[in-house]
Design a protein around this ligand. Structure first.
Ligand code: NI
Length: 184
């Protein structure tokens, strides 16, 4: 089932999301719905707060990038209760976008390497060091679980430049091809 994507201004996007218990009701269905919603909106990642749920669940699909990045062929994973323990490596600038901020693309500086813990879809605990593009996507998505969005990382000047677009979203104007939920 395709879920509406919550747009900038929705309070749930600013909440710190909670860890869930392994018996969280209908978790498999939620994860399947999140994958379907993300694919339909042509995103590479989606966090549960973006579908209105303040819980620590994220889906990432990098298979769509496998032409450029063959290492991500078939990469399609759900992350339950993820936590970043450390960000390290070289700081790299890269343009980011977000399904909750349609029409906005800004350069964000992030470390190239992260140490993360999470549970996989089988509820198996994982402890990984991840580098490169995946580390970037994970940082963007896991930020959503801390109530952060990528625009929090840009300069006040850049933020001023996109103010009009942000205000339009607060007034319920979001032009996208996918189903959304604005605050108005
Ligand atoms: Ni996002």
């Amino acid at each position: 089932m395709i879920l509406p994507i919550y747009i900038y201004g929705q309070p749930v996007l600013r909440k710190v999301a909670e860890d869930i218990e392994p018996d969280y009701p209908e978790l498999k269905t939620l994860i399947a719905n999140m994958f379907e919603t993300m694919d339909k909106a042509e995103g590479v990642g989606l966090a549960a707060p973006q579908v209105g749920l303040p819980i620590r669940v994220v889906v990432i699909n990098l298979d769509v990038l496998s032409d450029e990045h063959p290492e991500y062929k078939g990469f399609c994973k759900a992350y339950i209760n993820p936590h970043i323990l450390e960000v390290s490596g070289e700081e790299i600038n890269m343009e980011e976008g977000c399904l909750s901020l349609p029409g906005i693309h800004e350069t964000v500086k992030r470390g190239n390497k992260i140490h993360v813990t999470y549970m996989d879809e089988e509820m198996k605990p994982r402890d990984e060091v991840v580098e490169g593009y995946l580390a970037r996507v994970m940082q963007h998505e896991f930020d959503h679980l801390e109530g952060k969005m990528f625009i929090d990382h840009i300069s006040p000047l850049r933020k001023q430049m996109i103010k009009g677009k942000l205000n339009a979203m607060l007034k319920g104007k979001a032009h996208c091809t996918y189903k959304v939920k604005t605050i108005k």
